[in-house]
Design a binder for this molecule. Sequence first.
Ligand code: UTP
Length: 496
Amino acid sequence: MSPRKVPESIKKRLKKHHQEHLLTFWEQLGPDQQQDLLRQIEDLDFLKTDACVEDFIKKAASASIPADFTAAPFYSNSPCGAEQQQKYAEAIKLGKQLISSGKVAAFVVAGGQGTRLGLDGPKGNFPISPVKNKTLFQIFAETILAVSKKYNAVCPWYIMTSPLNHSETVEIFKKNNYYGLNPDDIFIFQQGTFANFSFDGKILLADKDKISVSPDGHGGSLKALHRSGALKDMKKRGVEFVSYFQIDNPLITIFDPLFIGLHALDNSQISSRAVIKAGPEEKVGSFCIADGKIMVIEYSDLPTKLACRRNPDNSLVFGLASIAIHIINLDFIEQLNAKGLSELKASMFSKRHREPSHPASVSLPLHKAVKKIPHLDCHDNFIVPTEPNGIKLESFIFDALPLASRSIILQTLRGEEFGPVKNASGFDSAQTAKEMMICRAASWLESARVSIPRKPDGSIDCVIEIAPGFALDRDDVKAKQNQICKIAAGDKVYLS
Ligand code: UTP
């Protein structure tokens, strides 16, 4: 029977923790809605919520950086010296073997809300390719298909969504016939959520019967892989390495033999790709090492003095930027989950989702983000804020780096592998990403001795798109040199 009255225990609990407003619309709800709201409230762990309000909402976020840290060691994008040259060659060979034997899976985190881009719906459905306007999902799907053909291997694809975009994502894949991939090799699963707060520590309502929640951050993927059964599926297939990338980077090389091979040769548990920072102010995390552990310090936490510190050759001391590309061992993710992976101070938000407490449990710290959060206020007004009005909490994947016994970094060139689509315009936007895709295609073609028309100022005077099925990298283009026609100024060229 559906309750018409709020159980006394719930009333008391809400009062004690200053969240009574969650029942503002109780009398207006139907029995099913009441039941649903009660379930959501029962799911909250109030003691922990209080701690969170205290630590993350009422207090200004304080930087937690190690007392002593130095620049992280890394592999350069091209080998230095004969010995390293040999190691890179060995790594490429091993990487290719691992891909061919089906030991590597693609894993994209696509649960974000893409608020800066202002897109309605999953970001993966954003059209981005310069000539054909292919979406991010399509580009990655075609890449995976091309890799499977090149290496004659099954390359499964794991896609993390959130409860806010899951069904739409599934529909998009169905509607597009899985972009030619075998649906059995695509595993779409959801991440968890955290409650959203107002600046005064009240949990926000999304509707009269709904608590406002946000996805729990890309760090939530480590738990979600386990809970969803994705890890089990990988194990069944013999996957050992997970190639982690973000949905908004169309330049990613998902299956990079060198990166995979170095990771495996060095017995790394989680490895990262990095680019050299554009300058001390670039808003990207910096790799460093503290107590023998590789970690990322967020730009907002790195003191300006350190961010600006330079080496004798004028390069930045902390100039190695994290670009959210990782190879992660399946074993490592399993180990973390077996230990009881929980977000520090935030396992709190949902009893149901909380791991059993375990003395050796592993935690990822929480990060606070001040955001525009649409919500229903207590006077039944639906607020669509134009300015940030609330707080979301999330965990980040790079906080798993110091939990690893071994972790390596491989530098890459920004123009080769990192063109994120974050903003509607300006830097890191669709326009910059498209330009980078054209530039990379031009550079690959030029290294295959194909002449690219350029304006007097050196900028490219044509639009080029290389389909993943035509070439996955520079060497593939060189091998197809003879199939490429002359390109004239103003041409729109699609190589497929
Ligand atoms: P961003 O930090 O860019 O966040 O995510 P976002 O939600 O996409 O965009 P904004 O900040 O609202 O504008 C980086 C990557 O992590 C994924 C995103 O989908 C993107 O691939 N992500 C982020 C998740 O999968 N889950 C999350 O909870 C957050």
